[in-house]
Write a protein that binds this ligand. Sequence first.
Ligand code: CUA
Length: 346
Amino acid sequence: MLDQFSPVGPFVHFKRTLLVLTALAPVRAHAAPLQYLSGAGQKAVPVVWLTWGLLIISIAVIAVIGALLAGAIWHRRGQAWVQGEKIVLQSHEGGLNWLWIGVGITAPVLLLTVVWTVKVLAQIQAPSGTPAVTIEITGRQWWWQVRYLSGDASRSFLTANEIHIPVGVPVRLKLIGGDVIHSFWVPQLAGKMDAIPGLTNETWIEASAPGTYRGQCTEYCGVQHAHMAMVVVAQPQADFRAWWDHQLTRPTPPQGAAAIGQADFVVHCGSCHTVRGTEAAGALGPDLSHLMQRTTIAAGTLVNDGPARAHWIADPQSVKPGSLMPSPTLSEDDLAKINIYLETLG
Ligand code: CUA
């Protein structure tokens, strides 16, 4: 806390901010924006139409009121409003009619938006068919734990932040708050749904076309709320099945530098992270099995490449201050070997 009150505090924060912005630049350039004005699935399209409708109505209201105000000013220009200290109030014949016109237009428009909203809520309440997959998503400070559920327990597995779904079919989501309240939002696929500790909120998503859909935590959950992104990758059925099967495979034992890296990883990282099929079995941080299949690390904060991983492992607090990931005491050589090992997790 002392650091925050010292006069150098702001400069340290400025430096950190610059570092984070520099590190984020590649992600900003390559990631798709949230695109909440276009929908890609049965759950999202009615919401997007409603969004456009309300947006157009709101713009129309601003335009009409602006025009009336400008008209009133223009109409009364040059009139003497103030004589000496006294303000002269002039009432117009029939001026009250404007009030009735206003109420007459506003009331039906407001009623229409209420009816439209209720209709959309009813439309998206239930999926059109039985969901093909059920995924349990737990919001944690500040990343998403993703558990694929299966009737066959041996086909269940954990991953993080990147959610693969089959295209063209509904997918059931079970949302849980792991620590505080988070909110799951992938605007092109569905509206927002909170992830609340002690509750399981069910919702569903469906993607009408293959692609990568960017999402974001949308309930303030602490200092790194803004760095709590996720992506949904919608794939054709066969690709999705192949991806799932691949997630269940065990890593091949690494050789050479990667083998040393694995031993270092188990010692330094294994009490918080899991790599299935190894002695690293921690549950505090994201499961890193098949890490190289993910395009980003630190919940969408950095691209998943060698330099970004090295930067994140060596000094996570400079990227996400307040994150639960500590800086391990590692030599440059150990860090490089851990990175070589992580690259084998394809
Ligand atoms: Cu999690 Cu905001």
